[in-house]
Design a protein around this ligand. Structure first.
Ligand SMILES: [Zn+2]
Length: 330
């Protein structure tokens, strides 16, 4: 009996349990279904074991002015409603990717550490819950130096959280934050970004002897190819993680909310270069829409995995369809 015959007889629609060959159609469904919530989802990508961890979330009381600064508030409210988001607050997840390959355990950024109080810094707990101790982490790949990405590198006593890890960052990103006077003149953030600069300098000082600079386009750990996506920060790094012919594109902070997927030109005050941020966002959305790539993001709804679709002329965030809660096989 093939799939068409099964559909005809209604077996797939109804009592699938009665059909012994049902697993033949369930190639991407692991054996175990419901297990307790452990704060992560495991993704099998070819030879790689990838974990998507929650570090918590970010909540803004008002979407504006951090997002869509200067745009008519009524228009923003309408758009939020249209994309099924709350009108009176803006929420962002903090999703952290961890890659296991051979003997290496690679963290992509470290979440917010102790900086966000109760709402962030859960990565460490969730790692431990999965049987991963801080000492097990061999490498930390830094996408950019904002607090929600590097905040988990050093604890509140000034000690490095992952004692045996090496750290990797693009030279361009490092140079910006460690320069004498980082230039925020192209940002729409009226607040003093001094705190961010202070934290970045402190963190880089703490890991100075373990810090390795990578080049865009080179392949790291045989599975990560970083690319420059300038705008959010000067060296903001997105990357492809791959195994054989399978891949996921991690676009990090190119978009923080489905609102910016739909309205990339509205932008965010968090971008160091607002106009370049819009440009990079549009390019990356279009590229991934055209290619139909599976995309990972740090701040889109947990666990941040999905596709860029289109609704008329507007891009649209399409979450990855999950059929089991804790593990997927790509
Ligand atoms: Zn971020």
């Amino acid at each position: 009996m093939n799939r068409r015959q099964l559909l005809k007889t209604g077996v797939l629609a109804g009592g699938m349990y009665a059909f012994p060959g049902a697993m033949a159609f369930g190639g991407n469904i692991p054996e175990k279904g419901v297990v307790e919530n452990v704060g992560h989802i495991k993704v099998r990508l070819g030879e790689l074991e990838i974990f998507l961890f929650s570090d918590g979330h970010i909540t803004l009381k008002n979407p504006q002015p951090v997002f869509a600064p200067g745009v008519d508030p009524e228009e923003v409210r309408k758009e939020l409603k249209r994309v099924f988001l709350k009108e009176d607050r803006l929420e962002g997840a903090i999703n952290v990717m961890v890659i296991k390959t051979g003997e290496r355990l690679i963290l992509i950024d470290t979440g917010s550490g102790y900086h966000f109080g109760e709402t962030g810094g859960r990565l460490l707990h969730n790692l431990k819950n999965t049987g991963i101790a801080p000492r097990d982490v061999t490498d930390v790949f830094i996408t950019h130096a904002h607090v929600d990405h590097i905040g988990g590198i050093v604890d509140n006593e000034g000690k490095t959280v992952y004692p045996d890890a090496k750290y990797y960052i693009a030279q361009k990103e490092y140079d910006f934050w460690t320069s004498e006077k980082p230039d925020f003149s192209k940002s729409k953030n009226p607040e003093n970004p001094g705190e961010s600069v202070k934290l970045a300098k402190q963190v880089f000082r703490a890991i100075k002897n373990k810090l390795i600079k990578f080049d865009y386009g080179e392949t790291l750990f045989s599975c990560i190819t970083p690319e420059l996506a300038e705008g959010h920060t000067p060296g903001h790094t997105v990357f492809t993680v791959f195994s054989g012919d399978k891949n996921i594109k991690h676009i990090v902070d190119t978009v923080h909310t489905p609102l910016l997927v739909a309205r990339p030109e509205w932008g965010t005050q968090w971008d160091v270069d607002f106009i370049q941020g819009v440009k990079a966002r549009k390019l990356i959305l279009e590229d991934n829409y055209r290619k139909g790539t599976l995309v990972m993001t740090t701040h889109l709804p947990w666990p941040g995995l999905g596709y860029i679709g289109k609704n008329g002329n507007d891009y649209q965030w399409v979450p990855f369809p999950y059929f089991t809660p804790n593990e997927i096989i790509l």
